[in-house]
Write a protein that binds this ligand. Structure first.
Ligand code: GZL
Length: 358
């Protein structure tokens, strides 16, 4: 059973960065991440590239080579999701599809990424696609792209910036992803008749990224609402190595827990490795993850991971189509969210056959 109260480790209580469960922490989920809550389709702004959002730039083949040169400012190579995302861009943005790709890898360094975008501006690319490492400090850079007459798309992770600084956003709705997983845990605990306290280990993604902020916000609202205790919370920076390191440090400190809420599959793999190294069975815990890499989905089939909040990395073709629509003068939505759901024991056997990555 997945809900035995686990005494995680031995004595040796060090000072913990414990996160108590702040009762009644009401969060306005529309703006707390600074990102408009347009998860309600009726609320989404369908601003065109015209006067609606004040953004008038459209993609053009300025140098007459018959291609649109896209400068892609990528986060890094931190996870299986990122690898699949990069591959989807490199496979789609090719001459036969009408594009040329200039690729910049920020190596998860937010400051380097701002320089990457400035370099793309100075190289004179004809459109910039930015997948921002974190969501702060971008307005001046976006303004520079606009002043240079270069259309800019935000993909993968949202920015809370004025709508007149970017053409469109395409990617996941991170808060909604988190809400789905929190609701799943609530339902599962009820269905299993779990009466033990729900004590959650929270592995956060890269701090300040909209992916971390949205998924963390869902838990920060859901935990008090369901009387759960978040007994430990720390960033694993979306990597397997850091996820394992953080979980190992937690296990040394001996707090009881029965749920792991990990903001991506790579940190989940690391956490599972730490459990096993500590002589614990991952199947004794409720393990919730995000993304949907093939090996993680297989772990759902095997019963090791219980639920995955889907997040689609294969954005290249979808962004490419939006660029083509805008270049043809069509109105495109200001924000378009990927199609995402949940993966659990009811659908994992089907999902694993088409899951991305390895
Ligand atoms: C989500 C993306 C996140 C993934 C991680 O859209 O930004 O970054 O969930 C990746 O795996 O590192």
């Amino acid at each position: 059973m997945k809900h035995r109260m686990i005494v995680a480790g031995l004595a040796g209580l060090a000072a913990l960065s414990l996160v108590g469960c702040s009762v009644g922490s009401e969060v306005d989920d529309a703006t707390s991440t600074g990102v408009p809550d347009t998860s309600d389709p009726s609320a989404s702004t369908d601003a065109s590239t015209g006067t609606d959002s004040g953004y008038t730039l459209t993609p053009k083949d300025l140098d007459g080579d018959g291609l649109i040169t896209v400068g892609f400012a990528q986060v890094g190579a931190e996870s299986g999701w990122r690898t699949a995302n990069t591959d989807s861009y490199k496979e789609y943005f090719v001459e036969e599809n009408g594009f040329k790709l200039v690729f910049a890898d920020a190596n998860q360094d937010a400051d380097k990424q701002k320089q990457d975008v400035r370099d793309l501006i100075s190289q004179g690319v004809e459109l910039i696609d930015l997948a921002p490492v974190t969501d702060s400090g971008w307005e001046p850079v976006l303004q520079e792209a606009k002043d240079a007459g270069i259309p800019l798309i935000i993909s993968d992770r949202q920015l809370s910036v004025p709508e007149d600084l970017y053409l469109t956003y395409f990617g996941g709705d991170m808060r909604a992803e988190g809400d789905r997983v929190v609701d799943w845990i609530k339902s599962y605990a009820a269905d299993q008749g779990i009466t033990d306290p729900i004590n959650v280990v929270h592995l956060q993604g890269t701090m300040g990224s909209s992916a971390q902020k949205g998924r963390s916000e869902a838990l920060s609202v859901g935990a008090p609402a369901n009387d759960w205790n978040v007994v430990y919370e720390q960033t694993g920076e979306f990597t397997q190595a850091k996820g394992q390191e953080v979980m190992e440090s937690f296990l040394q400190q001996g707090k009881d827990f029965n749920v792991i809420y990990s903001e991506n599959d790579d940190m989940t793999y690391g956490a599972i490795d730490a459990l096993v190294a500590h002589g614990l069975d991952p199947k004794d815990y409720i393990i919730a993850s995000f993304d949907g890499n093939k090996s993680a989905v297989q772990m759902v089939v095997d019963g090791t991971i219980d639920v995955i909040g889907e997040c689609d990395p294969l954005l290249g073709p979808q962004v490419g189509e939006l660029i083509k629509q805008a270049a043809a003068g069509e109105t495109i939505a200001k924000i378009t969210y990927s199609t995402e759901g949940l993966i659990d024991s009811t659908n994992a056997a089907d999902k694993v056959t088409t899951a991305f990555g390895s």
